[in-house]
Design a protein around this ligand. Structure first.
Ligand code: GDG
Length: 472
């Protein structure tokens, strides 16, 4: 067996300039942690965009050299690539379509052109280093064409593809003008993974309705090659989130938070700025809570972090302005001299503060309109080492399929969310513990290491299946 090549739009490091020198910072994301054990081994490699525009060849060489020391290989993107492939096709076509917001999609042929060109840039980066017995694992919706582009050059190579965001109903997917090209290229992979069974099912429906192929259960035969489609719900680094609340730096943060919020019940909300995350509906539910149940005024706070994201895309800018308005409105109507209902922060927070907030919050409110998985819900659960706390979770998050002991809500039903907040705030300690223990056992059993292992094992099995079919 050869080396493993992981490919994602972004590399698992952040690169920035400090006093004229390039510096690297390892990403804390779940994917980086989970795949860390793989890409750092031997001659394995991770290919991706280093996250900043680099102009001179000298700088490119310097960055490539630094990255090579930690098994990473850059694909450099121009400003136009970033505008049209990343912000354009990825985030203004695929993202809204996959999150059931087709009216937000902008089917601009220039975006499609750029998406094809950048996927070809990634292919070229792969072709420079790939050998026939390597294993390739491609990640997410920015690189849907890559499996097919690589397959065209290496017909027998092993390719896995995993999509981290939902796959929509075929009636939504078919709206994309370039749907055929996208599906055909995705079928370049041997194993296509999604977080949930429903995503996998929707993908198979799109394939069988739009392409002249047939499927038997979850196996699609394409160009005489069986392609397997399955769900692999992604987990988190449970041990990390479990141990952090015991670290002194986190304890210090908890004590600081306690000074400000002592005596109040904290409901926590944390997401990237995104219309798929249901932030406005969540605020509406809070408004309803204070409107209809004034006994919670002066008692409960919403600690809401919105992490800046894609704020050059117009739709995201509008959303940010709207959140500012709604938060201002709620705070101005209900605040008292020593209490504010919504503590809203538009910024990212350190991992220590995040862990402290997970430990402090009596309730974690996760109500996306659509979410492939949602890792925040799992991180909250893993952080609750004393088994208390209540998770309120949208049925539209992939995580809801596993975390069935949360209070599950429809994110469009603000009345139901409001009732769920009341239920959570009044839940007995005994019931909290019963639910949290079950949630914690799911999160620790199906953690990120388990996810990587079952995906890789399955990819291996699929390859064997293909070989045995060829031999017949
Ligand atoms: C996509 C899919 C799927 C957030 N803010 C801060 C911070 N975070 C970390 C969280 C969590 C991650 O970012 C967010 O993950 P999510 O799963 O909630 O959401 P997406 O970013 O939309 O991810 C999603 C995921 O891919 C994996 O497949 O679950 O459905 O949309 O880990 O902790 N971390 C720190 N500061 C912050 O301010 N340190």
């Amino acid at each position: 067996m050869g080396k493993t090549i992981i490919i994602s739009n972004r590399l698992p490091v952040k690169i920035y300039k400090n006093n004229g020198e390039f510096e690297l910072k390892q990403s804390e994301g779940g994917l980086a942690t989970g795949l860390g054990a793989i890409y750092r081994q031997a001659d394995n490699i991770w290919i991706g965009w280093p996250g900043m525009e680099v102009h001179t060849n000298e700088s490119k060489e310097e960055i490539a050299k630094r990255l090579a020391e930690i098994n990473l290989r850059p694909v450099f993107l121009t400003q136009e690539d970033i505008n049209c492939y990343y912000e354009g096709f990825s985030n203004e076509v695929m993202w809204p379509i996959c999150h059931y917001h087709p009216t937000y999609a902008k089917f601009d042929p220039a975006y499609w052109q750029s998406y094809q060109e950048v996927n070809a840039k990634f292919r070229d980066a792969v072709l420079q280093i790939v050998e026939p017995d390597d294993i390739i694992w491609i990640h997410d919706y920015q690189l849907l064409l890559l499996p097919g582009l690589i397959r065209a050059v290496h017909p027998d190579i092993t390719i896995g593809f995993f999509q981290h965001i939902p796959f929509p109903s075929s009636e939504i997917f078919r709206l994309i003008p370039w749907r055929i090209e996208i599906l055909e290229n995705m079928l370049g992979a041997d194993l296509i993974g999604f977080h949930t069974f429903d995503d996998a099912r929707h993908f198979i429906s799109s394939i069988t309705r739009l392409l002249p192929v047939h499927s038997v259960s979850n196996v699609i035969t394409y160009n005489d090659r069986p392609v397997v489609v399955e769900s692999f719900p992604m987990g988190i680094d449970d041990k990390k989130f479990e141990s952090m609340p015991g670290e002194q730096s986190v304890v210090d943060q908890i004590n600081e938070l306690k000074q400000s919020f002592d005596g109040f019940k904290m409901v926590l909300s944390i997401d990237r700025l995104d219309y798929s995350k249901g932030i406005l509906q969540r605020l509406e539910a809070f408004d309803l809570l204070f409107q209809q149940h004034p006994e919670y005024i002066g008692e409960t706070i919403l600690y809401m972090i919105v992490v800046p994201s894609r704020d050059t895309v117009p739709r995201y800018k509008e959303l940010r302005d709207e959140i500012d308005k709604v938060v201002g409105n709620i705070n101005s109507r209900y605040r008292t001299l020593n209490w504010s209902p919504v503590h809203y922060y538009y910024r990212s927070v350190t991992p220590d503060l995040l862990s402290a907030l997970y430990s402090m919050a009596e309730v974690c409110l996760v109500t996306p309109m659509r979410d492939g998985m949602n890792l925040v819900s799992k991180e909250y659960v893993a952080s609750r080492t004393n088994n208390t706390g209540v998770l309120i979770l949208s049925e539209m998050a992939g995580a809801a399929k596993e975390l069935i002991d949360a209070i599950i809500v429809n994110p469009n039903n603000t009345h139901e969310i409001c009732q769920a907040i009341i239920q959570a705030l009044n839940m007995s300690r005994e019931e909290q513990q019963q639910r949290m223990k079950k949630l914690r056992s799911v999160v620790s059993k199906f953690n990120i290491r388990h996810w990587v292992k079952i995906y890789m094992d399955r990819l291996n099995e699929v390859k064997h299946l293909q070989e045995s079919m060829k031999a017949k």
